[in-house]
Design a binder for this molecule. Structure first.
Ligand SMILES: [Mn+2]
Length: 328
């Protein structure tokens, strides 16, 4: 039976999928997200080998996800590689898979490369670097050491093109699968069809978002926000909003019929755990949310958004301490 990879569709997910694909050429690749992980695990036939890459465990579905993982792990190997914080009161050993590689601070791409290193072309460490840069996980000994092997400008140019291109149409999984295949063969992004065109298009659009944020951002105390961003990336708008205003926390939202999607970023060096903050708020008021310490997101029912905003403002109103050692 084929091995299935369930990977996140961002740069880190795509690069880790490429590294896993290079070790297991016959894998089938599915892209997923924390909110769809359970559904996708349920669709996998019992007996399949599964590799889960760069997908956080959604707290509200934790028990069902674990139950399904346990069931699948009874019949075949379930390998899970990730770097997102675990849900509260969850220990590494609670995750019922056959192998769980988990480290916060390093990218999933780095963890995947390190795990399969002995069977991989050593020059695939470039792919690990691109994934790490895509997720801003560049401060690890592995990344710092591996950067010495190459020209930094070239590595960053390739990483930038790849990240921008993959962000252009986030749901274009056909294209992402082609990119995984190419990266698994150690083809650099500049040689992959459409990467440059897509990256340029995404970058132009990002500057438009930046102009929009400059015009519409509001700052209240420590919080900069752009509400109802009409188009473009929410996470980038959140980040630009703090860059433009000087606030410690930046937020961007987009409203659909039933829900408001929210993305939150913090200024590098500000000591606040956004993953914990959002998980705590949605636990009390409803919705779902989480992510990383420095970058998180939430989805809130429309009628609860005002409560969400009030709660958020209250929680970040005290002056936030800084830690000069934190680079993101
Ligand atoms: Mn990641």
């Amino acid at each position: 039976m084929v091995t299935k990879i369930l990977a996140h569709g961002d740069t880190d997910g795509v690069c880790s999928a490429a590294l896993a694909k290079a070790s297991f050429p016959d894998v089938e690749i599915w892209f997923t997200r924390p909110v769809t992980l359970l559904r996708d695990l349920n669709e996998i036939e019992v007996g399949t080998t599964v590799i889960i890459l760069d997908i956080a465990i959604n707290e509200t579905q934790k028990n069902q996800i674990f139950e399904r993982m346990r069931e699948l792990a009874l019949h075949n190997e379930i390998l899970y590689i990730d770097h997102h914080p675990l849900p509260p009161d969850t220990l590494k050993r609670d995750v019922p898979v056959t192998q769980f590689v988990h480290e916060i601070g390093a990218s999933t791409s780095e963890l995947t490369f390190r795990l399969f290193q002995s069977s991989l072309d050593p020059d695939l460490d470039r792919v690990a670097l691109w994934g790490a840069i895509g997720d801003y996980c560049e401060e690890t000994p592995f990344v710092l050491e591996t950067l010495n092997k190459y020209n930094r400008h070239t590595i960053y140019m390739e990483a930038g093109l790849l990240s921008q291109a993959l962000g252009e149409v986030p749901g274009d999984y056909h294209y992402k699968r082609d990119v995984v295949e190419a990266l698994a063969k150690n083809t650099p992004p500049t040689e992959i069809p459409e990467i440059i065109e897509r990256a340029v298009k995404a970058t132009k659009r990002e500057w438009e978002t930046w102009e929009y944020v400059k015009k519409h951002v509001m700052k209240e105390g420590n919080l900069a926000m752009v509400l109802d961003l009409p188009s473009g990336s929410l996470s980038k708008a959140a980040f630009h909003s703090l860059g433009i205003t000087g606030a410690d926390i930046g937020m961007a939202t987009r409203r659909s019929e039933k829900e408001v999607d929210i993305s939150i970023r913090r200024r590098a060096g500000v000591r606040i755990d956004l993953n914990e903050l959002l998980r705590g708020i949605v636990e009390r008021i409803g919705g779902s949310g989480g992510g990383h310490e420095g970058a998180a997101g939430a989805s809130i029912p429309v009628e609860l958004f005002d409560t969400f905003l009030e709660t958020l403002k209250k929680e970040i109103s005290p002056v936030l301490p800084r830690d000069a050692g934190l680079r993101r």
